[in-house]
Write a protein that binds this ligand. Structure first.
Ligand code: GTP
Ligand code: MG
Length: 271
């Protein structure tokens, strides 16, 4: 506890470095589990609120998982790091992972913004594989966020990877994952090309379903006085949300860089 009676907030990496090796693994896993539970609850609350207050719930399903130790070790080796707990905390961002599947692409950005703007959540990075799909054809929206976990005498900021995608994107990703597994990562060219084609079809389907939904909403609004003035321009809406999310993540990383270089300078001054 700090002098003013407020419990101190630290990053998981700094917390773990104060522990003995034997305690470090269990403590780290406890924190990842707690952070994941918090994120799961936050999304559940959003989902409940949507069900209660809106006409429809954009969240189809949510899946939470903790990365297996062997996958953590495999990832560290793939990145060229030795398998220490410190390296795991520093370099493996998806130990706690939450996958949210939505109905429409516009829901993805709406949810990402709702999650990112919660006061206790810090968006550390954003990867928009919808705007720029991966070379495999993979489409999804990823955010690495950090959430404060309240322990008895400390608050520890812990990372969670949040993946948000549509049902169609999820269908593609799970099939592609199975194919990669079957071929041990060496997928024949013609199958890779077919997967690319399917990814394009997924994109077309998502766009088509989105405009269909908009047309339905417009038709409903025209029939109802209450919604007479409601005429969302979904494309603009998506673009504006994309820009806002990116900007926030950039500002955050700039302020972190500034903090880091300030603390380095402090270090030099005090050394
Ligand atoms: P990983 O080492 O794969 O975790 O990649 P990364 O840390 O550079 O992050 P990235 O955002 O690229 O990928 C994170 C996660 O997204 C992966 O663990 C998968 O769950 C998913 N993913 C990324 N690329 C693909 C892909 O080509 N196909 C499928 N099916 N999933 C993917
Ligand atoms: Mg991963």
């Amino acid at each position: 506890m700090s002098g003013n009676g407020k419990i101190s907030e630290i990053e998981l990496f700094d917390y773990i470095s104060t522990l003995k090796e034997v305690d470090a693994w269990e403590s780290a896993m406890l924190l990842y589990n707690s952070a994941l539970k918090q994120m799961e609850t936050k999304v559940e609350i959003l989902s409940d609120e949507f069900k209660h207050a809106q006409k429809y719930n954009p969240i189809e399903y949510v899946k939470a998982r903790i990365k297996k130790p062997e996958s953590i070790v495999e990832k560290l080796r793939r990145y060229g790091y030795s398998d220490s707990i410190e390296n795991m905390i520093r370099y493996v961002n998806d130990i706690a992972g939450l996958r949210i599947t939505c109905s429409f692409t516009s829901d993805i950005y709406r949810l990402a913004e709702m999650i990112g703007s919660q006061d206790d959540i810090t968006v550390l990075s954003v990867k928009d594989y919808i705007e720029t799909p991966k070379s495999s054809g993979y489409r999804s929206f990823h955010m690495i966020v950090s959430v404060p976990v309240f322990l008895s005498d400390k608050v520890v900021d812990t990372k969670v990877e949040v993946q948000i995608r549509t049902i169609a994107m999820d269908f593609w990703a799970s099939l592609e994952h199975k194919i990669q597994y079957k071929f041990n990562g060496r997928v024949p060219d013609h199958i890779r090309m077919d997967l690319w084609e399917c990814s394009d079809i997924v994109n077309m389907l998502d766009n088509k379903m989105l405009s269909l939904n908009e047309a339905v909403n417009r038709a409903q609004a025209e029939n109802s006085d209450e919604h007479a003035n409601e005429n969302d321009n979904v494309d603009n809406d998506i673009r504006e949300r994309q820009e806002r999310i990116k900007l926030k993540a950039e500002l955050k990383s700039k302020s972190q860089e500034a903090e880091k270089s300030a603390s380095k300078e402090d270090g030099v001054k005090t050394a």
